[in-house]
Design a protein around this ligand. Structure first.
Ligand code: NCD
Length: 309
């Protein structure tokens, strides 16, 4: 495998990665994708490395994907989820993590509801930190697996048109995708109801549209996001039914456009709200390839960070 190194000891956000870092991660992930499709899926690269998965917020895909990636690299793995921990007894984040590190943990994968929590930890502790989603801020490994999957589907992303649909305001996947796709030279448009698009988002170099059909006609790739109801403090639209009438993607719309298009979704899907089953399960969809690629991309990140120790 390659001798190149990442420019950083942590993966806190796409914002802090260079284009060279992104390319190194993709190249390494391609190798690992080949590894995990062999009959023997395990390599010894992270033997003697202990990784703690600290999940202070719910997760299915991301937690399992990290755990599989760690195990396929032969790391020792400990799992923690806030709902069954001493956090509920009033312990601070730093105390919780320092206690875990005293048990000689080398790397921390953390999901936390507070934006900036992984960066805070990186300033105070010695382990390599990977951000697995911090509130509405960033979800860098999701954006990397998304970009990796897009490249598999359509080739180099420079000049390609990617539209991100849905709750842009509350989505960390949207922000990390925007940073990543812009670094890779793609044209990016966000589309959703005006109340769910952050003001001044154009400053990140993206276009804004409130018109689903017109944006679907424009893009090569549609990345469709869930409405993040759990993060919405007020009502941003009248009802889910109305949302899906205006911004739900269904087969009838795609058929009427009659074009090549790649459909993506980070999951969890709310079938019948932002996407119908006949689109999610169609030949356009690469949703399950995204999940498969997630393991390879996370293996690449863990491997490259371990080389920085
Ligand atoms: C996303 C997340 O947690 O931000 N899911 C994921 O990691 N696959 C998106 C979401 O929850 O909608």
């Amino acid at each position: 495998m390659t001798n190149s190194q990442l420019s950083t000891r942590h993966v806190l956000g796409i914002k802090y990665l260079t284009v060279k870092d992104l390319e190194l991660i993709f190249e390494t992930a391609e190798n690992f994708k080949e590894v995990i499709n062999r009959p023997i899926k395990k390599v010894p690269s992270l033997r003697d490395v202990t990784v703690a998965n600290l999940f202070f917020e719910n997760s299915t895909r991301t937690r399992i994907s990290f755990e599989l990636a760690e195990k396929r690299l032969s790391a020792d793995v400990v799992n923690f989820s806030a709902s069954s921990s001493s956090v509920k007894k009033g312990e601070t984040l730093l105390d919780t993590v320092n206690n875990i590190l005293s048990m000689k943990v080398d790397m921390v994968v953390m999901r936390h509801p507070a934006p900036g929590a992984p960066s805070f930890l990186a300033r105070h502790i010695d382990a390599n930190i990977i951000n697995a989603g911090d509130g509405t801020h960033e979800h860098p490994t999701q954006a990397l697996l998304d970009a990796f999957s897009m490249r598999e589907a359509v080739g180099e992303l420079a000049g390609k048109k990617v539209a991100i649909f849905g709750d842009i305001l509350h989505s960390r996947v949207a922000l990390s995708n925007i940073f990543c796709l812009k670094k890779l030279g793609a044209s990016v448009r966000v589309c959703g109801p005006p109340t769910l698009i952050p003001r001044h988002i154009e400053k990140l170099g993206v276009e804004v549209s409130y018109n689903l059909r017109e944006t679907l006609a424009w893009c090569d790739i549609a990345n469709i996001l869930r409405i993040q109801l759990e993060r919405q403090d007020i009502r941003y639209f009248p009802s889910l039914r109305e949302y899906s009438q205006h911004f739900g993607i269904n087969k009838a719309i795609l058929d009427s456009l009659d074009k090549e298009i790649v459909i993506m979704h980070p999951g969890p899907i709310n079938r019948g709200v932002e996407i119908t089953s006949d689109v999610a399960d169609s030949d356009h969809s690469i949703i399950l390839q995204q999940v498969e690629n997630g393991v390879a991309v996370r293996m690449a990140i863990l491997y490259l960070l371990a080389a920085k120790r």
